[in-house]
Design a protein around this ligand. Structure first.
Ligand SMILES: NC(=O)c1ccc[n+]([C@@H]2O[C@H](COP(=O)([O-])OP(=O)(O)OC[C@H]3O[C@@H](n4cnc5c(N)ncnc54)[C@H](O)[C@@H]3O)[C@@H](O)[C@H]2O)c1
Length: 261
């Protein structure tokens, strides 16, 4: 979608980190932005930084009724949503599958997989009806390359977001609506702190923090370009394909085995 044709973007997890970086990048392009977040205190502060273009709305992405009211509230102010950024998420809990507490599992899947799905359920039909729009769903590098260890359940949720995005893209393309999936590497944000704030479990170990692989400004720019060019997948880090090949090798071997049988 050409950004010049877009007026209103709705961003979940917009009060911090990647969501806020995308919000600023879209505001720079002249769009009005609804920042939807569970953290009302953070929302208030952030909205004040661009009072003319930002509006805040309290949203827990796990709550479908809340999606309905947040959509109505935001569209009353800025008109129909042209761009939906389904970005809110929490951190991996740091435990292997076998050691995962069921409550922690439900929270992680609820926020990181069902949250973005609820956003699609709330907005996709309207965009199809209007014959325009773009949806960006935030997955992760581990939504393309499966990981276990302390990241297994997180990776499972993010794979779901990737699958939803690629399938939805097929459905929406004939109706003029674009869909992209954002797969960042490691970004310096408050993800772990905010996870604990909403009652999630986090494995944050300040001594074992991997170095960021991409900056917030770079992510903002990548998302703007992906919307303009209708890119299906946004990969933030270099050398991703080598990792994908490693993952695909057993699938390739299985296909070759079947073809030979
Ligand atoms: N930081 C990274 O290294 C990294 C890498 C890959 C993917 N991601 C993904 O990027 C997205 C944004 O994360 P971030 O790193 O900017 O973290 P962040 O904590 O800075 O931002 C996340 C925001 O989402 C909000 N939020 C959490 N649960 C919510 C809910 N149920 N409803 C509404 N809002 C909610 C938080 O309050 C916070 O403002 C997440 O989906 C995360 O999984 C992050």
């Amino acid at each position: 979608m050409k950004l010049a044709e877009a007026k209103h973007a709705f961003i979940t997890g917009g009060a911090s980190g990647i969501g806020l970086a995308i919000a600023n990048a879209l505001a720079e392009q002249g769009l009005n932005v609804t920042l939807a977040d569970i953290d009302e205190e953070a929302l208030e502060k952030v909205v004040a930084t661009r009072a003319n273009q930002f509006r805040g709305v309290r949203l827990d992405t796990r709550d479908r009724d809340n999606w309905k009211s947040a959509k109505e509230e935001s569209e009353k102010v800025f008109g129909p949503v042209d761009i939906l950024i389904n970005n809110a998420g929490i951190a991996p809990h740091g435990k292997e599958f076998a050691d995962t507490d069921p409550k922690s599992f439900d929270t992680l899947i609820g926020v990181n997989l069902l949250g973005p799905a609820n956003g699609v359920l709330a907005f996709a039909a309207d965009m199809r009806e209007r014959g325009k729009g773009h949806i960006v769903n935030t997955s992760s590098a581990v939504g393309l390359i499966a990981m276990g260890g302390g990241v297994g359940v997180y990776s499972m949720a993010k794979f779901g977001v990737t699958a939803m995005s690629l399938g939805l893209r097929q459905d929406m393309a004939p109706h003029g609506v674009g869909v992209s999936v954002l797969c960042p590497g490691i970004v310096a944000t408050n993800l772990h702190k905010n996870t604990v704030k909403i009652g999630g479990e986090s494995n944050d170990d300040p001594d074992a923090k991997p170095a960021p692989t991409v900056t917030l400004d770079e992510i903002g720019k990548m998302v703007i370009e992906a919307i303009e060019r209708d890119e299906a997948v946004i990969v933030s880090d270099k050398n991703g394909w080598a990792m994908m090949e490693y993952q695909l090798a057993p699938i390739k071997a299985a296909c070759e085995l079947r073809d030979q049988a």
